[in-house]
Design a protein around this ligand. Sequence first.
Ligand SMILES: Cc1cc2nc3c(=O)[nH]c(=O)nc-3n(C[C@H](O)[C@H](O)[C@H](O)COP(=O)(O)OP(=O)(O)OC[C@H]3O[C@@H](n4cnc5c(N)ncnc54)[C@H](O)[C@@H]3O)c2cc1C
Length: 380
Amino acid sequence: MDFELNEEQKMFQAMVRDFVDNEIAPNAAEWDDTEEFPHGTVKKMADLGLYGLHMPEEYGGSGDDLTFVIAVEEISRGCAGLAASYVTTLSLAMNPIVMHGSKEQKDRYIPWVMQGANVSFGLTEPMAGSDVSNIDTRYERDGDYFILNGSKIFITNGAEADFLVTFATHDRSLGYKGISAFIVERGMQGFSVGKSERKMGMHPASATELVFDNCRVPARNLLGQEGRGFSIALQAIDTCRVCVAAQAVGIAQAAYDAAVAYAKERKQFGVEIARHQGIQFMIADMAVDLDAARLLTYRAAWLMQTSGEVSLKEPAMAKLFATEAAHRICHRAVQIHGGYGYTREFVVERLYRDQRITEIYEGTSEMQRWTIARQITAAR
Ligand SMILES: Cc1cc2nc3c(=O)[nH]c(=O)nc-3n(C[C@H](O)[C@H](O)[C@H](O)COP(=O)(O)OP(=O)(O)OC[C@H]3O[C@@H](n4cnc5c(N)ncnc54)[C@H](O)[C@@H]3O)c2cc1C
């Protein structure tokens, strides 16, 4: 058993860390304030090859699952909102195209993403959140087109996406078997971006409504087989789970670093607060949580790349633990900063807000517990 990254992974980690420290972290507070998407930084990330990670080698992509997780962790450490957009594009939205796309679809969309395109994954609807099979967006065939009608909510990258993967049902009475997946490009007739949510955190990444009003999608943009959309959606979510765990680890690392530095600096009762046992115990608990979260996350990524399969239990365990550990770590980081931690002058205030969604999207903590328990009880 080897707990070390290999030399190539270490060099990659150092390169991304350097980029994050110079190009991302110094701007994160401003992006949080303005809620603007950093298109220029995404272009630089693409130039660096970060949008080729997780893409097939035959298209010039590179990097195994663990390398991708390292990138997500580092970007999240600098700006979790940008990382949310990055993960949505490269994993959640592109996995269905990489895994189920036709050659024509891959030829068109993979090189586009590698140049820094933004992509959305449009599944959630007002009445279909955790219960994703309950979607009500409809489609019907009209010659060489599919006609989509309905709307999606809370869609990351909605405002910026160049194209998106979305899901609609042909016949609700068929349940999940009636659902198909489609690729919709910005500018297609009948597609528009609706209301943009004002969120607690992750400000640089938009979360919007998407509206399909007799949206005409060319038949060639059907993704995978008709009627297989539900399993395509679940596979994308299952594959992406480890990335959300990595987001949480990155946010938690930033909160931990800030808290330790502050505790060594701030003096009360004549000594640095790091010398008070109450603070020391918090720091010890944060260090244990952070280590355990990272180990579970790396193990899940390692399992995916060595088995070549998407297991359910270990990524769910990693997401559940890492996101809830990040919650505890951010909470303690604010506590260690006292009143200053409640102000926008200190990074822990933003991290505390950004962290919260990791326990909700791509399967709430309750859904992760359900997945883990089903795997355990089904194995008996
Ligand atoms: C900022 C943001 C970005 C997002 N990005 C995307 C995106 O890019 N694409 C996309 O498709 N969606 C996206 N979502 C949607 C997100 O995935 C859903 O919000 C999430 O899956 C939960 O669904 P819901 O909000 O409808 O909550 P609900 O499903 O209504 O859940 C409400 C509560 O009930 C609990 N619950 C539900 N069912 C059960 C059960 N069987 N047992 C126990 N507890 C249960 C849940 O755990 C939760 O605590 C995003 C959401 C946000 C806020």
